[in-house]
Design a binder for this molecule. Structure first.
Ligand SMILES: Cc1ncc(COP(=O)(O)O)c(C=O)c1O
Length: 494
């Protein structure tokens, strides 16, 4: 935790100590207005007692609407505009939009802003399912590129600038390029080189930086997308920057983006009743990062380094590390002890109430932040050690067969029959999964998390794809997409 002494040290004199939206909300509530607007709960007076007991009064005092002096997210010109300007200044963009439907709506809006139906976009195959939603809404045509493989690892690597350059030579009519960086596993792509490739062709680079808002406050880490020159960048500040769940930012810079169309696109995908609690949390998180972000990230970096060091000392535990990775993602595996990632995640929770962000057949992922403590790191280490000792080490005892690893999923070359948008609108019939070979999928199949589709609507179900789907079914991997989540049947285009 930060001491009072250091408060207001970073970004002193830049205006970043202001919290315009938080101030406006506090002033409005403390003036004691007779409130005849929505929402109905009236500053907590009308709230269910159980809910009030859990959440406390203050959150309801800030849960207001476009009342006097509180601005309007969809036509911001007052305190919200000021708060957005401060966020743009801090992260180094030209313009920033507060998002209250997560980076999900940011990804949708980026695609809607840049593409008309039938236009092509170059996309990394490991993008999040919100990009699929953007493809359906926009009617755009995906042209897929694959991330690099990392020798000896079972997860996907960065996308190289050379891959992007080659793909754009082969598909010169692509109107934009979109990548995810960092990935859920913390893998970052060389965005500065990729931005150069895109801009040489006068097309924008769109980056889903949902997991990367904190990189801007650290040294010796992969460069953030805005610093690298990306044109549109979405960040889930709630994931790594300290705001509340569902609050995100969409940044824009340069002249390759039609900013009016971007604003109109956001209006298509965001609620007309934006939550002031979420927007206030963005204002607060931005303030905290501006004032103490570097110090907080140093604290987090120390904890993550400690965690890695101690994990590496445990026989049978392998830690994934690379220069192109976010240091605050600790990704490790116990497959040499015969423990799959999914099993390890489950084991750690049952043994010591350790709740990890993500697992697949090989890895588990811990997201470390400045809010974690050394006690928590030690608890994690001790429980992993205990689990490893109980299981014993044997290099041959891998459990890769249980479910598809991220890399195995990405090895599948997509066989595109029609766009996701067309498949979405097509006539669908359910078919027993085993009978789907050669058919065209009418729905996506998306292990969640991490939310990277194995199969997109509009793609042919080959023998290879079917093999992966059967393995996911066998391993009871939680799935988004199919109407039948047990995956006995899949809907195909009739
Ligand atoms: C890579 C990536 N992009 C986008 C999203 C969607 O972000 P949000 O949860 O802020 O809507 C996620 C969610 O997990 C994600 O992992």
């Amino acid at each position: 935790m930060t001491s009072d002494k250091t408060l207001f040290r970073e970004n002193a004199g830049t205006g970043q100590d202001a919290v315009p939206l938080l101030d406006a909300l506090r002033e409005f509530a403390s003036a004691g207005p007779a409130y005849f607007r929505i929402p109905a709960h009236r500053f907590s007076r009308g709230v269910d007692e159980c809910l009030l007991h859990l959440l406390g009064e203050n959150v309801f005092c800030a849960d207001l609407t476009e009342a006097e002096g509180l601005d309007d997210l969809h036509a911001a010109s007052g305190v919200i505009a000021e708060a957005e300007k401060l966020a743009a200044q801090l992260w180094g963009s030209e313009e920033c939009h507060f998002l209250i439907n997560g980076s999900t709506c940011g990804n949708e809006a980026m695609l809607l802003a840049c593409l008309k139906p039938g236009e092509k976009i170059l996309l990394a195959r490991n993008v999040h399912k919100s990009v699929l939603m953007g493809l359906i809404l926009s009617g755009a045509v995906p042209v897929w590129i694959q991330p690099e493989e990392i020798p000896g690892e079972e997860l996907e690597g960065p996308v190289s600038a050379e891959t992007v350059r080659r793909a754009l030579c082969a598909e010169p009519e692509c109107r934009a390029v979109m990548l995810v960086s960092p990935t859920y596993y913390g893998v970052c792509s060389p965005l500065d080189e990729i931005a150069e490739v895109c801009h040489a062709r006068q097309i924008p680079l769109l980056v889903d930086e949902a997991h990367g808002s904190h990189l801007y406050f650290m040294d010796d880490v992969p460069v953030g997308a805005l610093k690298a020159g990306a044109d549109l960048v979405v960040q889930s500040v709630h994931k790594t920057g300290g705001s509340m769940t569902q609050s995100s930012l969409l940044h824009v810079q340069g002249d390759r983006i039609d900013r009016n169309r971007l604003r109109e696109s956001l209006a298509l995908v965001m609620s007309t009743s934006p939550s002031y609690v979420l927007m206030a949390s963005l204002d607060g998180a931005r303030h905290q990062l501006a004032m103490n972000g570097r110090e907080l990230m140093q604290d987090a970096g120390r904890l993550a380094a400690l965690c890695r060091k101690k994990l590496k000392e445990i026989p049978g535990i392998r830690v994934f590390e690379n220069a192109f990775c976010d240091p605050l993602r600790v990704v490790f595996s116990a497959v040499a002890c015969g423990i799959s990632g999914t099993h390890l995640q489950d084991l750690l929770f049952r043994k010591s109430r350790i709740s990890l962000e993500l697992s697949d057949s090989v890895y588990v992922t811990a997201v470390i932040t400045w809010g974690n403590t050394e006690e928590e790191i030690n608890r994690l280490i001790n429980t992993v050690r205990e689990a490893a000792v109980e299981a014993g080490v044997s290099e041959n005892r891998k459990e890769f067969d249980a479910a598809a690893s991220a890399k195995e999923i990405l090895r599948i070359r997509p066989n595109v029959v029609c766009t996701p948008g067309r498949a979405w609108n097509g006539d669908k019939i359910p078919l027993l999964l085993e009978s789907c070979i050669g058919k065209t999928a009418a729905e996506g199949v998306i292990p969640y998390p991490p939310g990277v589709p194995v199969l997109y609507p509009g793609e042919r179900i080959t023998e290879e794809v079917l093999g992966q789907l059967l393995r996911l079914r066998e391993a009871h991997v939680p799935l988004h997409g199919p109407a039948d989540p047990s995956l006995r049947a899949l809907r195909i285009l009739s």
